[in-house]
Design a protein around this ligand. Structure first.
Ligand code: FAD
Ligand code: N01
Length: 553
């Protein structure tokens, strides 16, 4: 279905109908009263939770914080069932949000934005889609996701495989029947660690191909009690406010204690207790310097290694699973249910492809240096071209026809992760250089959407036609993002945060590691200083302050 939009003019075009695009649409249309359309490649809302339907898919953020906070009634009326929300439940939640705010009428599904060109003469964005749409918009806003472009490794012979294959990030809606099948999973990141235990229960045989052993913490998943939900709902406003100013988009009480100030016995007991709490609480409930001090970090890494050796019965398999190439926390922390226990099953084998790499995919399966593994199904849990992948798949051109992809050839360059110099009136929700993937994302997304909305309102009421990030403010911000990253553990591992998972991708740490609260403060200061770091062009000779802002916050 295509809406006839030839030369149609809108105030704003938004790309993507996940958390970001949905909330942006609500703000543009229902708060600012602007005309707006969302283009979404999928056939429904949900973004991540629309695409990632692999077995075991669920969120690592706890359900009571993985949700919108902007509408009090919405927060009160929705009831989560699990401690961590599972993919179908998050998708139901986002469908509920879209119905509640009547969002679908301004979302055009099954439509991929292919081009967005800034027309200097008109000061408009010209947007084209794979459905033939052609729209002019004053504002071009991306909500295209940090983890929305799947990465399928270019392994020799991949196309010769005669069985079925799937990528976790683009899972068939009807599901996959693993019964009686020999299944291979390539990849042991978050998606692999979640799907492997579930596939192992369903398949006749599972072969896991692991390149880098990981640290994974038990999730301690379960249902949430009505008492817990009542308690949370009773003080939701306080919880949300703490989350907004927290480091990681959720607030757990921090324990100020060094792993180096206690003796071995005490340390072990503290780690054991934190391990019982599980999930991200393992970090918050143990020691405050695991992420900052390498010697403290070593104690956490060693504790997890010991847990793996305790859990996995076969010592050879256990040693393959023990992480030794990077410290704990230098990659995205993994959270699991029965991940290590799965390797005690008779129908599961672990193949170490770091030491015996995959040479090719054959018609019958996967061949490593050591032999061929016959498979009926291959699951690629191989991750994403993160943070820049979705941008690079749109031909985005700014002032003078410069391509964003070209500008970012040595790594993404953005001011606050919200705008890029040379690309006026383009805003990016969770763009590179913002906290995004280093946080629980709904509060981070809300902060961006609200900041952008406020800026658009300011522009309108101040007769500002064009806002563009200043190149020197942008350069300073990029330096700042790099400086902060250099003080973290993140530099000590190859990861998608650094683009290291994509051959040829510039090795640059992309998210902002200074924390959401600090970042929010900086964004507010920029706004309070009249959008410092932006070049604002007014075409109204009367100048500024011609209308009152409609937004009060
Ligand atoms: P997305 O949900 O990725 O939505 C982007 C949308 O843009 C997609 O639907 C895509 O189809 C569309 N799109 C992209 N390009 C185009 C185009 N050119 N034209 C049209 N449409 C386009 N975050 C957490 O905070 N906690 C978690 O525990 C957590 N778990 C995750 C688990 C998985 C499996 C994955 C992949 C991510 C997880 N995340 C988690 C991150 C998650 O992506 C965010 O929490 C959030 O869902 C992002 O919302 P978004 O709207 O910004 O992006
Ligand atoms: O992807 P990943 P993911 N040959 O990049 C391996 C979010 N998320 O989809 O480690 C062989 O982490 C690769 O090996 P190595 C979360 O932010 C969240 O799992 O590079 N192997 C690795 O094992 C997460 O961080 C949740 O050596 C290859 C795996 O594939 C992000 O999404 C759930 C290979 C990829 O791991 C991405 O997670 C799921 C090759 N050529 C996702 N290429 C939750 O919150 C790659 N690999 C629950």
């Amino acid at each position: 279905m295509t809406i006839d939009t030839s030369r149609e003019e809108l105030d704003a075009v938004v790309v993507g109908a996940g958390f970001s695009g949905m909330y942006m649409l609500y703000r543009l249309r229902d708060v600012l009263g602007m005309s707006a359309r969302v283009f979404e490649a999928g056939d429904n809302v949900g973004g991540t939770w629309y695409w990632n339907r692999y077995p075991g898919a669920r969120c690592d953020s706890e359900s009571y914080v993985y949700c919108f906070s902007f509408d009090k009634d919405l927060a009160q009326e929705w009831t989560w069932s699990g401690k961590y929300p599972e993919q179908p439940e998050i998708l139901r939640y986002l469908n509920h949000v879209s119905e509640r705010f009547d969002l679908r009428r301004d979302i055009q599904f099954e439509t991929r934005v292919t081009e967005a060109h800034y027309l200097e003469d008109l000061n408009r964005w010209e947007i084209k889609t794979n459905q033939g749409d052609h729209v002019l918009a004053r504002y071009f806003i991306t909500g295209i996701g940090c983890l929305s472009t799947g990465q399928l490794p270019d392994i020799n012979g991949r196309d010769s495989f005669e069985g079925d294959w799937y990528h976790t990030g683009s899972w068939p809606h009807e599901g996959v029947d693993f019964a009686g099948k020999r299944v291979g999973v390539i990849g042991t990141g978050s998606s692999g660690v979640q799907s492997i235990p579930v596939i192992a229960e369903q398949a006749e045989h599972l072969t896991v191909f692991q390149r880098t052993p990981q640290y994974s913490i038990p999730a301690r998943h379960g249902t949430v009690t009505p008492e817990f939900l009542d308690e949370v709902k009773g003080r939701y406003e306080e919880i949300f406010e703490k989350n907004r100013w927290s480091r990681a988009g959720f607030h757990y009480d921090e324990i100020e204690r060094s792993a180096l100030e206690v003796n071995d016995k005490e340390r072990r007991e503290i780690y054991e207790a934190a391990w019982e709490q599980g999930g991200f609480r393992f970090v918050n409930a143990s020691f405050s310097d695991i992420g900052a001090d390498r010697r403290a970090n070593d104690t956490a890494s060693e504790f997890i290694r010991a847990k793996i050796r305790e859990t996995v019965h076969d010592p050879e398999t256990a040693e393959k699973l023990v992480p030794r190439y990077h410290p704990f926390g230098s990659r995205r922390t993994l959270i699991d249910t029965n991940y290590y226990e799965t390797y005690n099953r008779d129908n599961v084998d672990l193949i170490d492809i770091r030491h015996s790499p995959i040479e090719e995919i054959t018609a019958n399966g996967v061949r490593t240096q050591d032999g061929e593994y016959a498979l009926d199904i291959i699951v690629f849990a191989t991750g994403f071209d993160a943070m820049t992948g979705a941008f690079n798949r749109i031909d985005i051109r700014g002032r003078g026809g410069i391509a964003l992809k070209e500008k970012w050839s040595e790594g993404p360059k953005m001011y606050l992760g919200l705008a890029s110099s040379g690309f006026p009136n383009m805003f990016t929700i969770t763009g590179p250089g913002s906290p995004s993937v280093l946080s629980n994302m709904p509060p981070t997304i809300e902060q961006h959407v609200e900041w952008i909305s406020k800026f658009l309102d300011y522009m309108r009421t101040h007769d500002i036609e064009s806002a563009e990030a200043d190149a020197s403010a942008e350069a300073d911000w990029v330096d700042h993002v790099n400086d902060i990253a250099s003080t973290t553990m993140y530099q000590l591992a190859d990861s998608w945060y650094l683009g290291a998972n994509i051959p040829g991708k510039p090795r640059v740490f992309m998210p902002y590691a200074g924390g959401l609260g600090t970042y929010r403060k900086k964004c507010n200061e920029v706004a309070d200083a009249g959008y410092e770091g932006f070049m604002l062009t007014s075409q109204n000779p009367k100048g500024l302050h011609s209308q009152e802002p409609v937004l009060k916050q």
